[in-house]
Structures are given as C-alpha cells and as structure tokens.
Design a protein around this ligand. Sequence first.
Ligand SMILES: Cc1cc2nc3c(=O)[nH]c(=O)nc-3n(C[C@H](O)[C@H](O)[C@H](O)COP(=O)(O)OP(=O)(O)OC[C@H]3O[C@@H](n4cnc5c(N)ncnc54)[C@H](O)[C@@H]3O)c2cc1C
Length: 528
Amino acid sequence: MLGISRRPANKPDKRAPHRFPRPLDVLVVGGGIAGLSAATVLAERGARVTVLEPETYLGGRAGAWPDTLADGTPFEMERGFHAFFRQYYNLRAWLRRIDPELDFLRPVADYPLLGPDGQRESFAGLPRLPIWNLVSLIRRSKSMTLRDALRVDDTCGRAIMAYDPRATYAQFDRLDAHSFLDRLGFPPRARQMLFDVFAHSFFNPEQEFSAAELLMMFHFYFIANPEGIVFDLVDGPFSTKLWHPMAAVLERHGVRLRTGEAAVHVDRGPDGRHRLTSSRGQVYSADALILAASVPGLQRLVDDSPALGHPLAEAPEDPGAAHCWREQVVAQSVTARFAVWRLWLDRACAPGRAAFVGTTGLGLVDNISLYELFEDESREWAARTGGSVVELHAYALPDGLDDEAAIKADLLRALHDLYPETRAARHLDERFLLRQDCPAFRPGSHPMRLRVDTPDPTLYLAGDFVHTPFPTALMERAASSGILAANHVLHHHGVAEELLCSVPPRGPLARLIHRKAHHDAHGEGDDD
Ligand SMILES: Cc1cc2nc3c(=O)[nH]c(=O)nc-3n(C[C@H](O)[C@H](O)[C@H](O)COP(=O)(O)OP(=O)(O)OC[C@H]3O[C@@H](n4cnc5c(N)ncnc54)[C@H](O)[C@@H]3O)c2cc1C
C-alpha cells in the first residue's frame, strides 16, 4: 500500500564472484560502527583487513569500557543510552553476524514524551502503517487537534510528506530547522511535544540544523518507516553484548584489531600502495584504505597527510578533484556539546516507570532512562542493592555552558520534578561525560557533505557524517556508509556487492510534487 515497504538499495551482481580473486590488503581507520561494518564485509570476502582504533575499546560513540563502582562492583560504562530502531536494516543485518536472531535486543513497549505541566504523548499502540501512524499520533495528541494540523503552512506541510533527495535539499538546506518549524505553524505546545524533542535528538541546536536534514529525518523515522515508530534496546552493556562478540567474528575472519593505536600519517610507499604510520610507529601497507574516523580524527589525519585524496594517476578531466575533496574535509564540523550523566541511586524508582522517556521544555534534559529495566548488569545491581541506575542526557548544550555543576543541577531538578521519588535518593556513585564529537549538519552545508567515494579509487570514507544515497541517520548511517565503502572496494575488484536495504527513498507525495526532480533522478533510491 502506497509503495511503502523495506526495499533493496542496490543490486548486487549475482553472477560476480563472491570473494576477491587475489589477496587484498585493506586498512580501516576507526573502530566504530562504520569501520567495523566495512571490515566485516571485506574480511568475509577474503580481504586481509587491519582496523586501527585509538581507544582501548571498540564501538566508538556506541562503545563501552570497564569501570568499578565505589562499592567495588565491576561494570561497563558506555557513551550513553542508544535506541535501535526497527528500520535500521543494514545495522541489523550486520549485527546478525553475532546473533542471527538478534536475541540481545529487547523491544520497548512505549517511550513516552514528557513536557511541562504534566504534558505527555505516547508512541504505544500506533498503527505501523506510515502516515496513519502520524495521523493517529496527531488525532490522539492532547497538544493539538486535527484542525490545528490542517492549518499548518501548505509548503512546509507538503515538504514533510514529499521528501525527495534532490528537491528537499535544493529547497530547504539553506533554511534552519527552527525557522522551518516557525513557518510550519504548529501550535506552540504541539511543536514542543512533537517536533522540538525530535529535532533535538540529532544533537544539533535547531537554529544550526539544516531544515532539509530534519525533513530527511522525519521521512526516515516517521513518514516512510514501515516498521512502526518503535525501537529495541540492548539487554546488556554494548561491550559484552556487541563488541566482544563482533571482535570474535572479525578475528575468525582473520581481521587484525589494533586498539590503542591511531592512524597519524598516510602517504604512498614505493610500490604505490597506501602506507600508514600509526601512533605506535608501526607502518602498514594496503591496497585500499577506508577512513571511518570521527570528524576531528579525519580532519587531523588529512591535514597531516598531504597525499591523501590524490589518486596515483590524477584524472585528466578533473585535475583539481583531490584539492576540492580536501577542502570538503576541512568544511566538516562537530555540533554543540552534550552531556551524559549516569547515577546509581540508593532507592528504586516508582513502579511503572518507563525504561526510556523523551523530555522537552523541562530545562536541559532530553531523555531519562532507567537501566535496571532493560540492562542485565544494572538489573543485577538494583536487585542486590534495592537501588536504581538512572541516566540523563542533555543534547545541544548552549554555548558557554560548560560548568559541570550547573549542568548537573539543571538535570537533577528535572529528574526530581518528573520522578519525585528520587528527591530523597542518595547518589551512591555517578559518571558524567561532557563531549563534543557528533557531526554538525548546518544550514547550507549539504553541497559540502562528503560521500563514501573520493577522487582516489582506493580511498573511501564512512561514518554518520557521510552522505548515503538513500535515507539513513545516526547508527544506521554509520553501518550503511561502512557497507557502502566495502561495496566500492568489492565493485572495484569485480566482486559481488553486499545487499543494502532502505526505507522508500521518497515521500508519498514526492512524485506528485517533484515530478520533474523524479524524472531527472532515473532509478529508485539513488540521487547521485
Ligand atoms: C550519547 C549518545 C547517544 C546516542 N544515541 C543514539 C541512538 O539512540 N540511536 C542512534 O541511532 N544513534 C545514537 N547515537 C549516535 C551513534 O552513536 C553514532 O551515530 C554512531 O555510533 C557513529 O558511528 P561511527 O562509526 O560513524 O563514528 P564513531 O563511533 O565516532 O567512530 C569513529 C572512530 O574513529 C576513531 N578514530 C578517530 N581518529 C582516529 C585515528 N586517527 N585513527 C584511528 N581511529 C580514529 C574514534 O576513536 C572512533 O572510535 C548516539 C550517540 C551518542 C554520543
């Protein structure tokens, strides 16, 4: 119905060989989701893969490391709570390597949104069919009526239903998400409950976030998502449930995992292959190089490696391509800082609390999760002590707010208001992370967005800041771009690509509204 379903995003050649015909050395820079997914696909096809990761653990921003509580309990601390949405097809297909049934994922029955004055919205029980899920949400929402929905600005309302990878960016990339939502004209309460909370989840402040990128996110998470607006959680620490098993899979395929070792310089060896020097002074040679580092890591490496981006033989028809690519790398940036605060409380939260709630209009806080309700380590600790493990996130922190005590005071106020039973709780332990390493999607930045391929046919990029030719975001973009990078290497050597899947590439009204753009775009799903 309405052409809305999961669909292939590429067409692997079934007649092509499945494995590399000759040995191929590949270096992957970065041990996050993007780098590890690229490494898996290439190693499965017979490439000799080495992964370099400066941290002592794998997983990047979804990583976890060992720590010990004040009471002596060992635990794994993470970069923060992560939601695994059902339409993360490529991430899930990759994670099936560690467990074909994905038994480590636990469905979340509901994730309420809480706002000021006791406002509450819920995603439970919505129809799975796209558009009707949104209509039902609006119909039952207390913050708006259907009449309000019919009063929204025509152009902006249509844009939500008509995402198109060309037309949407052409029309809305230079506008910021805040101005777009102003123009949309939702009643202020509904805007706060249904839109602001969503926009904030991508770490970028609304005023500094491309409206086109926000529209792509609406499309990916709501309008074209055939799985329903639901997600799953990992039932244990990411290290034990995801990255240790994934490391075992990779090592079985012969991948060399080099943690605690960063890439610091890349040039060409006398044989014309990539020659990479690591922070430990090791030198690695490779036929292909995949850079799956964070934005600052990529920029540092490119800055310190003047040869990067230049193919062995410069294409005569495009002699400045490497220079332009290097400028594109410089143009990337990270967005505002965010805070993650995990607390071990000496008493339980009230029965009936949700594992995760999104929040809006309550100060800095964006969400609260109760770890003992879904994560085995915290469940055991809570059962033993009678306590509770609470994590609070605050994204897109205002410029200049870097006082840890002030951020904590604000978060605590919200926790006490929403969960009054925590007011009397003692903090038995805590961990506070203040970071700035999520990519910025500034208004007008789309033309400078990096792609997986580069001017050098042996050099590829991956990461959640890299453009993919079908709708993706966050972890799904990291995994998809990693597999795309691997696919480029496979294709270059005549080997069959890995299948990728996607939600529909365009919104339900896109054909009607952007008929010309659609005709120009030829096949489904590829706007390149
Ligand atoms: C608090 C928080 C909550 C989140 N919640 C969600 C969520 O609910 N759902 C969701 O989908 N996503 C969520 N995300 C986003 C998600 O974590 C990222 O989109 C994803 O992990 C990005 O993966 P990546 O591989 O692209 O980048 P990264 O994870 O950043 O990996 C890049 C790696 O490169 C390494 N590196 C850097 N420099 C070098 C170098 N010179 N040499 C070698 N390696 C280098 C880094 O150490 C890092 O490990 C969240 C992120 C955070 C921080």
